[in-house]
Design a protein around this ligand. Structure first.
Ligand code: PNW
Length: 463
């Protein structure tokens, strides 16, 4: 048996667009994900999250599921366009009321809310009027929205996450076009990423200047990173793996913990990588009270052969713009895979935590997402017997435990993705990550084996 530190935070996570539904209810404005999902060809079978889990109308029931598991914390996101239908300007009080009900229900049941301000659902008006993340002015609009959230919810919310996985917004949204707003470019990902960091910096500055001393909460960001394991122990492959991690996580974490983008990115991206103004640099440096990590998988990394043609380097699997980082990714056919084709590599979770611990001077870390999609789970009978998910979660928690006890990593919490089966972005409803099965026709929720197993882990503070 492996016991976790006393105040270890056991949580589960969702995101507004993936679970809420009620897309046109009570004054909610449209987001770029509404527009994207409603565009033919962008999501699996044209699926949208107009209804999805209908969490908007199942709020009490969903909090009861959390309570039944003994969950210590619940990570959810606020839909910017539910509070500010145009992204700026007048406030939709019905939206505020919904999140008040959710926060109050959580607290009444002893569950700590961890709130993400931006989980990819940019108000559509800001995309159409300003070009969204490409416009430097987006930082001010986000800071004003964030301030509204601190004002209205900060008396009860003490854990804030500014952005979820800016890498996905930049690379999948502006590089590969897999996610909203569906743009394909080799320059825009770097511009979007830069403005995302500026958005984060502004919002944190507002919190620290006007709210933190009184409300006594913490604020940070959560970044995703897949581990890069050197394919061989040659120096070339070790350097390639390190570069792969710098282009994935260093891109977003280095400016926050070290004051600028990694040198390896400056060298390779050149003029397409923006420069921070002195003011932005100061604002972004040190702007996270904790290190949020979303971690799922790993790939081998190797140095390309000297004569390798540029552009053949599997952009889809490559963390960052493939041609820029020049890291060849591959995998071991022996590795088990999830239904998304992601390798199940728990050993890599420990290495990832250690890498962060070493590179960023031992920050307090929270794993804010980890979990797996499994096949066949549209059938509730199959979903109820998700021993493979239980095994996945146990193996990653074992690796996390080793990182704490053997490597001295300051890991303070772990959140399963996800509480519920939900709308898995471009994959629609075809990929299921939930601790609970959701029947998307009836809205019926059913706990899977993994939900019971996780409840026992929480109860015993151990695995
Ligand atoms: C994360 N990738 O998305 C998100 O934060 C969740 O909303 C999502 O449901 C979950 O992980 C499972 O996918 C990711 O291509 C999407 O590397 C894509 C990637 C990583 C994370």
């Amino acid at each position: 048996m492996k016991t976790f530190p006393n105040d270890f935070v056991w949580g589960a996570a969702t995101a507004a667009y993936q679970v809420e539904g009620a897309w046109q209810t009570a004054g909610r404005g449209p987001s770029i994900w509404d527009a994207f999902a409603h565009t033919p060809g962008k999501t699996h079978l044209g699926h949208t999250a107009d209804v999805t889990c209908d969490h908007y109308h199942h709020l009490e029931e969903d909090v009861a599921l959390m309570k039944a598991m003994g969950l210590k914390a619940y990570r959810f996101s606020i839909a910017w366009s539910r509070l500010l239908p145009q992204g700026r300007g007048s406030v939709n009080e019905a939206g505020v009321a919904f999140y008040n009900r959710l926060i109050d229900a959580l607290l009444a049941n002893g569950i700590i809310p961890w709130v993400t301000l931006y989980h990819w659902d940019l108000p559509l008006a800001l995309q159409m009027e300003l070009d969204g993340l490409l416009n430097p002015a987006i930082a001010e609009h986000f800071a004003r929205y964030a301030e509204l959230c601190f004002e209205r919810f900060g008396d009860r919310v003490k854990h804030w996450i500014t952005l979820n996985e800016p890498w996905c917004s930049a690379v999948l949204g502006h590089g590969l076009g897999f996610f909203a707003p569906g743009r394909t470019s080799t320059t825009e990902p770097y511009l979007a990423a830069h403005n995302l960091l500026r958005m984060h910096g502004r919002a944190v500055a507002v919190y620290r200047r006007k709210f933190q001393a009184v409300q006594r909460g913490v604020i940070g960001i959560t970044n995703n990173c897949d581990w890069r394991e050197p394919k061989t122990n040659t120096v070339a492959d070790q350097t390639a793996a390190e570069r792969g991690l710098e282009f994935f996580l260093g891109w977003f974490a280095d400016p926050i913990y070290r004051g600028d983008y990694p040198d390896s990115m400056r060298a390779r991206v050149g003029g397409r990588l923006p420069q921070f103004t002195a003011e932005d640099r100061v604002q972004i440096l040190g702007s996270s009270d904790f290190f949020g990590l979303n971690h799922y998988t790993a790939m081998y990394a190797s140095e390309p052969a000297p004569d390798a043609p540029i552009g053949h380097l599997s952009p889809a699997g490559n963390g960052g713009m493939a041609e820029d980082q020049q890291v060849v990714l591959s995998e071991d056919p022996a590795w088990e895979k999830t239904d998304l084709g992601w390798n199940i590599t728990p050993w890599a979770c420990r290495k990832m935590l250690r890498w962060i611990h070493d590179r960023y001077a031992h920050p307090p870390i929270y794993i804010l997402e980890n979990g797996c999609a499994l096949p066949g789970e549209e059938d509730v009978a199959v979903a109820r017997q998700d021993e493979r998910r239980t095994a996945y979660l146990r193996s990653y928690l074992e690796a996390a435990h080793a990182a704490i006890t053997e490597d001295g990593v300051d890991l303070r919490g772990y959140f399963v993705w996800s509480l519920l089966d939900n709308f898995e972005w471009a994959f629609g409803y075809s990929k299921r990550f939930g601790l609970h099965h959701v029947d998307f026709t009836t809205g019926c929720r059913t706990p899977k084996h993994s939900a019971r197993w996780y409840a026992a882990a929480i109860r015993g503070n151990s695995i």
